[in-house]
Design a protein around this ligand. Sequence first.
Ligand SMILES: NC(=O)c1ccc[n+]([C@@H]2O[C@H](COP(=O)([O-])OP(=O)(O)OC[C@H]3O[C@@H](n4cnc5c(N)ncnc54)[C@H](O)[C@@H]3O)[C@@H](O)[C@H]2O)c1
Length: 285
Amino acid sequence: MNRIQRVAVVGAGTMGRGIAQVVAQAGIVVTLIDREPELVRASLEEIRRQLDRAVERGRLDREQAAVALSLIALDTDLQAVADADLVIEAVPEVVELKQDVFRRLDQYAAPEALLASNTSSISITLLAAATQRPGQVIGLHFFNPVPVMKLVEVVRGLRTGDQAVEAAVEFAQRLGKTPVVVNDSPGFVSNRVLVPMINEAIYALMEGVAPAEAIDTVLRLGANHPMGPLELADLIGLDVVLHILEVLHHDLGDPKYRPCPLLRQMVAAGKLGRKSGEGFYRYQE
Ligand SMILES: NC(=O)c1ccc[n+]([C@@H]2O[C@H](COP(=O)([O-])OP(=O)(O)OC[C@H]3O[C@@H](n4cnc5c(N)ncnc54)[C@H](O)[C@@H]3O)[C@@H](O)[C@H]2O)c1
């Protein structure tokens, strides 16, 4: 597999624009694709703001920021993936939507191109089965915020080839990230371990073991976690936490993953965490 020279990112939301930014900062040409011209333009503006902030904080010089911006092209047509060596899909976490995108990427991308998904919970093996090139389909699970978080979970689907894994690992390293290769399984490693811990903290709260602040303090000071599990749930979004638990519960079939009733109730009440202004804690505008 040749070195990756050109990348396309499909979906210019929170994750897609972060990924496009770190790819461009690594000196790699990248095309950022979304459905509407306003969406891609707004994403580029956000990337520009992030790069300006990095310059102000002395993490990047002006010239590097300008070069990174010049490497990003925008498009609204999926066919713009035609010259990419690697396509990274970052559309919303909906199985049918991702399968449809992979089916079309398989048609438009060069035959030797790698197709990657940034999914946090959907099976890479399932997405690969929507294509005629399952050996070249892989998971590249970046973390939010992408420019800050060091980890990339490189997810090997059942039919992913060794060359694809090697190319993905080398690519993540070029971005300055630390790739960790894991096998395709619900929640991979990150969410398989993290989200049940959050769920357990919510059970402890519901059962009155301790109030939210106490539970978070125990994990921060007792386990050296930078954030307590309930603060972290508010940051991730309680709807997202619930969705991941439902995937773990359904796909692994083990009752130990059953979502806490308090979590369901809070999501039903619109208490989604920071983004709605209230979760386990209240947030000011
Ligand atoms: N947000 C996170 O913290 C996080 C962390 C890790 C992984 N992920 C995963 O990353 C993926 C994207 O999440 P996000 O938070 O960036 O979502 P988002 O909603 O912010 O962005 C998704 C973007 O995809 C675009 N889109 C939808 N359909 C499209 C199509 N057919 N073609 C092109 N673009 C299309 C939307 O217009 C939107 O701009 C999901 O699979 C999510 O599970 C998210």
